[in-house]
Design a protein around this ligand. Structure first.
Ligand code: ATP
Length: 228
């Protein structure tokens, strides 16, 4: 479950990015976040994993009271909230398997168990045969699949994705959506901010439209809606 109660975000430069946003997203939902450039979508996503803090309001994600977390609790929360970015953010000097293993919560776990878990997620994203390659040896679509494997390795309840298909061609964008849908089928909540009209209109999922820092539309089987 994700919940925001009357959330406001004003950045240091005085820009108000969110103005009184309230929303409930039950566990297991797949929700798109759409809206014009500058509407507040990234801010909405960043607040969910404490990349930014609200100026006012309450945020609960997967059992964590996000704005009340202490600094030392943030790494633990981040293992339960997977994050996927437009530009993948892989560590270039590490192999595919090392990138995924790096994110794994390791508390007295044997090397054998780490290997097993990393293989499981690489298999899920279809990249077990590329485990020893470096990110730059992969296509953009493959790099994003590594990033998704990394986001999933700790079995999070929630995955937030900010424009995950923004750098990909239509075919790879579809592949990433299908992958996120499979993850959602296993019960993981997915929140995906996107400008990809085709994906949104084809999938008939919940759509939250943000405009000028407010939710101006929230539909169970929604469309992309506005003109870019
Ligand atoms: N770190 C920051 N400091 C100051 N202002 C910011 C910061 N990040 C975002 N903003 C401002 O907050 C508003 C909302 O930005 P945000 O990135 O959330 O929009 P967005 O809907 O994700 O846009 P896009 O679709 O272009 O990514 C914009 O006016 C933006 O300029």
């Amino acid at each position: 479950m994700i919940e925001m109660q009357d959330v406001w975000k004003e950045y240091g430069n005085g820009v108000t990015a969110l103005s009184g946003v309230s929303v409930r997203i039950p566990q297991g939902t797949f929700v798109y976040v759409v809206g014009p450039s500058g509407a507040g979508k990234s801010t909405f996503i960043k607040l969910m994993y404490r990349q930014e803090r609200p100026t006012k309001g309450h945020i609960f994600v997967g059992g964590f009271n996000i704005e009340r977390l202490r600094e030392r609790q943030i790494p633990m929360m981040r293992r339960h909230v997977g994050v996927v970015f437009q530009d993948y953010k892989l560590l270039q000097q590490l192999t595919v398997a090392e990138n995924v293993a790096f994110a794994l919560e390791v508390i007295e776990v044997s090397r054998k168990m780490i290997y097993k878990r990393v293989n499981e997620v690489l298999e899920l994203v279809g990249l077990e045969d590329k485990r020893n390659m470096l990110p730059l040896e992969l296509s953009g679509g493959e790099q994003q699949r590594v990033a998704i494997a990394r986001a999933l390795v700790n079995k999070p309840k929630v995955v937030v994705a900010d424009e995950p298909t923004g750098n990909l061609d239509p075919e790879n964008s579809w592949a990433i959506l299908k992958l996120l849908e499979r993850v959602n089928d296993r019960g993981t909540t997915i929140v995906m901010a996107t400008h990809n009209r085709e994906l949104v209109n084809a999938s008939k999922k919940r759509v939250i439209a943000i405009e000028d820092g407010r939710i101006n539309r929230d539909e169970e089987r929604g469309d992309y809606g506005y003109e870019d």
